[in-house]
Design a protein. Structure first.
Length: 120
C-alpha cells in the first residue's frame, strides 16, 4: 500500500472509531444551580459539570440557552429541559466527556417516557 493510501485508510479508520465512540443519550437535562449540569436518562445520571470543579466537557458550547425552548424553571433562572445529545461518556465515572450535538425536545416527550425517572 502506498503511503498516501495508508494515510487515507488510517484517517478513515480513526474517524469511524470516534463516531462509534459517540452515543446518543436522551433525557432530562438538569441545570438546578450555577455550573451544575447533568443528564438523567434511562441508564442513570450523567454529570456534565459541577460548580468549582472546572470540568466542562468538550463541546459544552453546543448547548444553547435551554430556557429559550420548552423549559421548566425551578430555581430563579435555573431548571431543566428534555434533550438528546450525541456524546462520549466515561461509564465508570458516570460522566459526559464530550458533546458532539444537542437537540432540545418538548418537555412532554421526556415526561411521557416511562424509561426515564421523574423530573426533579
Amino acid at each position: 500500500m502506498t503511503k498516501p493510501l495508508l494515510c487515507a485508510a488510517l484517517a478513515l479508520f480513526s474517524t469511524v472509531t470516534i463516531a462509534e465512540a459517540a452515543e446518543t443519550r436522551c433525557g432530562w437535562l438538569q441545570n438546578p444551580t450555577p455550573a451544575n449540569w447533568w443528564l438523567d436518562d434511562s441508564a442513570g445520571t450523567w454529570t456534565l459539570m459541577t460548580q468549582g470543579a472546572g470540568d466542562e466537557p468538550e463541546g459544552f458550547d453546543r448547548i444553547p440557552d435551554i430556557s429559550a425552548g420548552d423549559y421548566v424553571r425551578t430555581n430563579g433562572n435555573y431548571g431543566y429541559a428534555c434533550a438528546c445529545m450525541k456524546v462520549e461518556t466515561d461509564a465508570s465515572q458516570g460522566r459526559i466527556l464530550a458533546i458532539h450535538s444537542f437537540r432540545q425536545l418538548p418537555i412532554a416527550q421526556c415526561a411521557n417516557d416511562t424509561a426515564l425517572p421523574a423530573a426533579e
